[in-house]
Design a protein. Structure first.
Length: 303
C-alpha cells in the first residue's frame, strides 16, 4: 500500500516570528551610521528622527542650517525648524555662539549621539579635547557634558529656525470672547471671505483679538488689517492658520501721523497795479511804473 500524502504545510521554524517585520540582516563594512535605539525608536514626529539620523550621518564640518536641510528633505522650513527644536529640547543638538581667535562670532552646532553621554576619543584626531558643554536646563533638569561632534557654521541666529521661517509668535494673553473688541472679532471673522482656509475657532479668535485691537488703535482701518493678514499666504498650510496670523500681528505698526492744528501760513500775494507809463497791469505793493518802463527810464538817463 502506498504511503499517505499530506497537503498540510510544514511547521514554521520555531525561531521565526509568525507576524510583524522580519529583518534581513546585511553586515555593513562601510558607509553606515550607528544610532541609538532611543533615538531611532523615539516617539513623536518621524521628521525629527529622520533629521537626527541625517545629521548623525554627516561628516564633521557639514552645514546643518535650515536652508541646507531643506535642500536635502522635501519638508518645508516649518517642519525642519520644529524638528531641530525638538532635538534641542531632548538634548541631542545644541547651538552655541562662539568667538574665533580672529574675533569673528560664529555659531557651532554640537550633535550628541546620546544626551548626557561622554564622547569617544578620536585616535586620528587632534589631541586637544573639545570645549566643555555649557549647562543647559531642559524640562526641569540640567546636564553638563562635553559634546561628541562640533560642526562650525557661518554666523547666524543661535536658535534654529529663528529668522526666515514664519514661526508662530508668542501668544497674546487670551481674554474671554465676550470681553474682546467686537470690531477686532469682526475683522477676524471676515477673513474667511477672502481666504476660505482662514477659519478660526473661538479660542483662536480670542487669542488674536488683542493684537487686532492694538492695530485698530494705531489708526489702521479694518480693510488695512485684512489686506495685511491675507497678502501672499502660502499655498499649503502645514499647521493651523492662527500661527501665521499671530506672527503677522506680533508687531504693532506706527500710529498714523496727526495733522497740526495750526493752519499753515499762506504766502502773501501782492495786489495788482496799473503802470503809470504804459497802463500795463503788474503786481506791486505800491502804485508806480512796471519793470519795462523803469528799464526804459534808466536807458534814457544813461544816454
Amino acid at each position: 500500500m502506498a504511503d499517505s500524502q499530506s497537503n498540510a504545510p510544514l511547521r514554521a521554524d520555531a525561531g521565526a516570528p509568525t507576524s510583524g517585520v522580519i529583518h534581513v540582516r546585511t553586515r555593513l563594512t562601510a558607509d553606515f551610521t550607528v544610532i541609538s535605539n532611543a533615538l531611532a525608536q523615539r516617539r513623536g514626529s518621524a521628521v525629527t528622527v529622520g533629521v537626527a539620523a541625517y545629521i548623525a550621518s554627516l561628516p564633521d564640518g557639514s552645514s546643518v542650517t535650515i536652508s541646507a536641510l531643506c535642500e536635502h528633505f522635501t519638508e518645508g522650513e516649518i517642519l525642519i525648524s520644529r524638528a531641530l527644536r525638538e532635538l534641542e529640547e531632548a538634548g541631542y543638538l545644541e547651538r552655541r555662539r562662539e568667538r574665533t581667535p580672529t574675533g569673528q562670532v560664529r555659531t557651532r552646532t554640537y550633535f550628541y549621539d546620546v544626551p548626557g553621554g561622554d564622547p569617544e576619543p578620536d585616535p586620528d584626531g587632534p589631541p586637544e579635547s573639545p570645549p566643555p558643554r555649557r549647562p543647559r536646563k531642559r524640562r526641569g533638569t540640567a546636564a553638563v557634558t562635553p559634546p561628541s561632534a562640533a560642526v562650525p557654521e557661518t554666523a547666524q541666529a543661535p536658535a534654529p529656525g529663528e529668522a526666515e521661517t514664519p514661526v508662530p509668535a508668542k501668544a497674546e494673553t487670551p481674554v474671554p470672547l465676550s470681553d474682546a473688541d467686537p470690531t477686532a472679532i469682526a475683522v477676524l471673522t471676515a477673513l474667511r471671505r477672502i481666504d476660505p482656509r482662514l477659519v478660526l475657532s473661538e479660542k483662536e479668535a480670542a487669542r488674536l483679538a488683542p493684537a487686532v485691537t492694538r492695530w485698530l488703535a494705531a489708526g489702521l482701518l479694518p480693510t488695512h488689517i485684512t489686506d495685511h493678514l491675507t497678502a501672499r499666504l502660502p499655498d499649503h498650510f502645514l499647521t493651523r492658520p492662527v500661527g501665521i496670523l499671530a506672527y503677522r500681528l506680533k508687531e504693532t505698526p506706527l500710529p498714523v501721523p496727526t495733522r497740526s492744528a495750526e493752519t499753515p501760513a499762506r504766502p502773501m500775494v501782492l495786489p495788482m497795479q496799473n503802470c503809470d507809463g504804459c497802463d500795463l497791469a503788474f503786481r506791486s505793493a505800491e502804485p508806480g511804473r512796471c519793470r519795462g518802463c523803469r528799464a526804459e527810464d534808466q536807458l534814457r538817463a544813461a544816454g
